[in-house]
Design a protein around this ligand. Structure first.
Ligand SMILES: Cc1cc2nc3c(=O)[nH]c(=O)nc-3n(C[C@H](O)[C@H](O)[C@H](O)COP(=O)(O)OP(=O)(O)OC[C@H]3O[C@@H](n4cnc5c(N)ncnc54)[C@H](O)[C@@H]3O)c2cc1C
Length: 375
């Protein structure tokens, strides 16, 4: 077996792993990213809504709240400096029934607690003036919500990493980890097994994180279990008559079937939520139309805020898979970013449950993890 020594290894080249690798390289680490696929961002990071969230939803003081708000500002600045396509389009969170107005006000208070001070409360008439086809009894307007080309973002992060001397090794799966004075990683690449050692290790492996966490820390703690939970998107054929993103009020575990526009203006609706109640770390991206039932559910959800959605305008889009670390009915946990204080292993940071707003938070998570591994 060949042996290579690296200062810091990041497992996973999704947007979060790349954000961490960039931050570590900028802090002077010699960084190697190991990725099992033949390209960057082939799993969760390429199947999201691509929304830069403002930070409305998350409990005050949580990592989600702090890293989303900080990450949003970092992301807008990074995108502008690096030519990553993005648009600060703004979003409406709409109440469609008077019984929802209290929840709209509660959401505005949570947002303010999180430092999101630019929300405006709109009446139904004000909503109609902005978006004539949206039916509501009131809404919140979030001007600092936007959209970004997530693939271009990852390419730009890879560029920063390379410029700082780091690199990404593709087609390389980590199959074993031994923690000692250094981490010894067993990898498989094109059927060949190799071993390399690293002083610092970051597990940013999304759906694969629990399996890796169990390898390295199994005698000391039980890592959170991932429950891969699917979400389908439909795309809207033709032009959308909207200028803003449109969200209903959130539901437990997801933000509700919402309208997003990509940077080119293409509209899509989703994602719905298929809970996974048994341990499940599998990425299944098969679009399941449920014999037409899924389309009927989407149309019913969308017509609550867009009553005139024409028949036959929605086409199956794609499926994204959330790396949830909780099941239906559980309290929604925070991002789990575990360092030695949690698992007892020095120089290991392991990330679990980095679902939304992970894209928005990616640069802030990078800085946060780099600080945990500060030399
Ligand atoms: C449907 C959906 C919509 C979303 N919408 C938004 C949104 O609008 N805004 C937002 O901010 N966030 C959103 N998110 C969340 C965001 O997409 C994720 O938080 C983010 O992409 C997670 O990135 P990651 O790098 O942690 O994971 P991933 O992208 O899954 O990357 C992990 C990588 O690790 C690799 N890996 C795993 N195991 C191994 C191994 N053993 N060896 C080598 N490599 C391995 C995988 O191949 C993968 O490439 C959404 C998520 C979903 C599912």
């Amino acid at each position: 077996m060949a042996t290579t020594d690296v200062e810091s290894v990041v497992i996973g080249a999704g947007v979060v792993g790349l954000g961490i690798a960039r931050a570590l390289a900028a802090a002077g680490h010699d960084v190697l990213v190991l990725e099992r696929h033949d390209g960057i961002g082939q799993e969760t990071s390429s199947r999201s809504s691509e929304v830069i969230h403002a930070g409305l939803y998350y409990p005050r003081g949580s990592l989600k709240a702090k890293l989303c708000v900080a990450g949003r500002d970092l992301l807008y600045a990074f995108a502008a400096e690096n030519g990553v396509p993005h648009r600060r389009v703004g979003k409406l969170v709409v109440a469609t029934d008077p019984s929802e107005l209290d929840r709209l006000d509660a959401l505005a208070r949570t947002a303010l607690d999180n430092g999101v001070s630019d929300l405006t409360r709109l009446t139904a008439a004000e909503v109609r003036a902005l978006e004539p086809e949206i039916a509501s009894v009131g809404a919140l307007l979030s001007p600092s919500t936007g959209v970004i080309d997530s693939h271009a973002l990852m390419v730009a992060l890879e560029g920063h990493l390379s410029a700082a001397g780091g690199s990404i090794v593709l087609n390389t799966a980590v199959d074993g980890i031994l923690a000692g004075d250094v981490f010894r990683l067993i990898t498989t690449s094109d059927g060949q097994r190799s071993e390399l050692s690293a002083r610092n290790l970051v597990i940013a492996a999304g759906l694969g994180a629990s399996r890796l966490g169990r390898m390295v820390a199994r005698e000391r703690y039980e890592p959170p279990q991932v429950y891969a939970s699917r979400g389908h998107y439909f795309t809207l054929d033709g032009r959308a008559p909207f200028h803003h993103l449109v969200y209903p009020l959130p539901q437990p575990g997801f933000l509700g079937v919402h309208l997003t526009l990509d940077v080119a203006g293409q509209a899509r609706f989703g994602p719905d939520l298929e809970w996974s109640d048994a341990p499940n770390e599998r990425a299944d991206y098969t679009f399941d139309d449920g014999g037409g039932a899924r389309l009927a559910c989407f149309e019913a959800d969308i017509r609550r805020y867009w009553p005139d959605l024409p028949e036959g305008r929605l086409s199956p889009g794609y499926v994204g898979v959330r790396p949830k670390i909780y099941r239906r009915g559980d309290a929604v946990p925070d991002f789990a970013i575990h360092d030695t204080r949690v698992h007892g292993v020095p120089r290991l940071v392991a990330l679990y449950g980095i679902e939304s707003p992970g894209l928005t938070s990616s640069l802030a998570i990078g800085d946060y993890v780099a600080e945990m591994l500060a030399k």
